[in-house]
Design a protein around this ligand. Structure first.
Ligand code: NAD
Length: 520
């Protein structure tokens, strides 16, 4: 198959009036379709339930995005069975054919790109730029994994030559995958884990997060429109602790691809390790979990660039990224200078309903539960540090979940707001007396996902290269924003199972190697 080399999808420039208009049109189109009721799709069949739950716009919670089936354990069972049945044939589909489903889905998503982004503006409160980047990343995953599968499928050329036999090393699929994504990259992570599973020859039961089922449905629908055979991709909705839990426990589930919180990830890890009756394999668990990511700034750094990087990393998508900079570790000598700059920039950020236009930088936080949890952390922060800016809510007539971008200063490294994942627009400034101290503070959490160092000192950057223990380490740039294929993504310790989404070895996690030697 002739393929152009993979290149990340370009981001949209919203200063161009034509792009702005195209996005407005997409928003209008999605708005015209709000409030529909969606089915479960099991074995190619649409199943409507009377029992439904709403997905709502967090900027205006009375606006219903769609009603989704409140599935239960029996629906999870039926979906796993359908996927198990479909695996009998799908596993033997040639890799090139499987790759074509991804390439065609990527092309189709590219054509309707702004619709996918507009759905996230409304369903999860992403700004236009953040939603556009999410959709671009989704396209990238499909393009990238299609190529990676073709590269690894027959890896016989990696073997040591042995003239007496004709030997072959093939990466074959595992079986039925339970794909359980979070809401925060409602398109990219969901499409990434799903497409990796499918292209490797597995069949899937996909359960989107309760907060973002419409975006998930749009992605699944795209795959079905590409002609994916019935049962290869099944879509079920319902509470994670009911439907997701059952998917994990089922004896026919072969692997779990999960991205979400540490608490749920650990639960899944424990459950997946328990061999249940009728189970013929040890389940594989690919778990990507939380972060408590830090940016270090030393006294040699470009302080303006550092302050800009801190703001983007801490407050992009309201701080609701696993890679968000929720800790900022500043050398004493430049602490005040950076704190002043960060406060000034924070106070310039615009907060509001993101469908108003591309200039709204921050939207609402995802839901009422997150709103209360983040506000509790702000209360804790009041006693643990000094409030430098923010700390309040932004009231709207429509009761949106808006929280001011918030910066606490003089926070101790072991304070709760410096240790626990808040997952909101709150960051903690921490003082360090030298670079060794800064690295020790940065490494002093149970997570290890992303981190940045701003410095012009070569020896220190080399030291950070060796000692700063995170999966994604960046120098003199923000700690968010990884490009598929360029910055394979995933963290250490309690940030997950050390996998690298969008990297050259990711698909190995979705396959098993089969060696065949034939005497000549
Ligand atoms: P979450 O853990 O609450 O939910 C994630 C998914 O798990 C959802 O689909 C949910 O329905 C499901 N779920 C909930 N309980 C379950 C159970 N008992 N069994 C099976 N499934 C269950 O996380 P979230 O709020 O959706 O996402 C935010 C979290 O995700 C943050 O901690 C963030 O750091 C993390 N995250 C990590 C990465 C990464 O690459 N490491 C990327 C994005 C988000």
């Amino acid at each position: 198959m002739m393929l152009l080399p993979y290149r990340p999808e370009p981001l949209t420039d919203f200063s161009q009036p034509a792009n702005r208009q195209a996005f407005e049109d997409a928003l209008a189109k999605v708005k015209a379709q709000l409030g529909k009721t969606y089915p479960l799709i099991i074995g190619g069949e649409r199943i409507m339930l009377d029992d439904v739950f709403p997905s709502v716009n967090p900027a205006r919670p009375s606006e219903v995005i769609g009603y989704f089936a409140n599935g239960n354990a029996s629906h999870a069972d039926a979906a796993i069975k359908a996927a198990y049945y479909a695996f009998e044939t799908w596993q033997h589909t040639p890799a090139a054919e499987r790759a074509r489903y991804l390439l065609n889905a990527a092309a189709a998503m590219r054509r309707r790109k702004h619709e996918f982004s507009a759905a996230m503006v409304l369903e999860i409160g992403k700004s236009w730029a953040e939603a556009d980047a999410d959709t671009a990343e989704s396209i990238d995953f499909m393009e990238y994994y299609a190529r990676q599968m073709l590269r690894i499928e027959d890896s016989s050329h990696l073997l040591v030559p042995y003239p007496a036999e004709q030997v072959q090393l093939r990466y074959i699929p595992l079986g039925v995958g339970a794909v359980i994504p979070p809401w925060n990259f409602a398109n990219a992570i969901l499409a990434g884990m799903t497409s990796a599973s499918l292209v490797a020859g597995n069949t899937v039961v996909l359960k989107p997060a309760e907060q973002s089922p419409m975006t998930g449905y749009m992605v699944a629908e795209l795959f079905w429109e590409m002609g994916l055979p019935a049962g290869v991709l099944n879509f079920i909705t319902g509470p994670g602790e009911v439907v997701g839990a059952r998917m994990v426990e089922h004896h026919l589930t072969r692997f779990i691809a999960f991205t979400g919180s540490r608490a749920v990830g650990v639960q899944i890890y424990e459950k997946a390790s328990k061999v249940v009756e009728g189970q013929l394999w040890l389940k594989r668990a690919i778990l990507e979990m939380g972060g408590k990511d830090a940016i270090i700034v030393d006294e040699t750094a470009d302080l303006d660039a550092a302050a800009r990087g801190i703001i983007t990393s801490a407050f992009g998508f309201q701080g609701q990224k696993c890679s968000a900079a929720s800790r900022v570790i500043l050398h004493n000598d430049i602490y005040d200078a950076v704190a002043d700059r960060v406060v000034k920039l924070t106070e310039q950020l615009t907060v509001g309903a993101t469908d108003a236009g591309p200039d709204v930088y921050m939207g609402p936080v995802i839901d009422e539960e997150a709103y209360h949890k983040i506000r509790e952390y702000i209360t804790i922060g009041m006693s643990e540090g000094k409030l430098l800016t923010g700390g309040g809510i932004i009231e709207t007539n429509e009761n949106g979940y808006f929280i001011q971008p918030t910066v606490f200063g003089d926070v101790a490294p072991n304070a709760r707001i410096a240790q626990e994942e808040i997952f909101g627009p709150v960051t903690a400034l921490i003082r360090a007396h030298d670079f060794d101290d800064a690295i020790a503070i940065a490494n002093g959490t149970e997570y290890g996902l992303t981190g940045s160092v701003y410095s012009k000192n070569r020896a220190r950057l080399e030291q950070a290269r060796r000692e700063f223990h995170v999966g994604n380490l960046y120098f003199n740039r923000k700690c968010t924003g990884a490009f598929v294929g360029v910055h394979p993504f995933g963290g250490f310790n309690m940030s997950g199972t050390d996998s690298k989404a969008g990297g050259p070895d990711y698909l190995l996690l979705f396959t098993q190697a089969k060696l065949i030697g034939e005497v000549l």
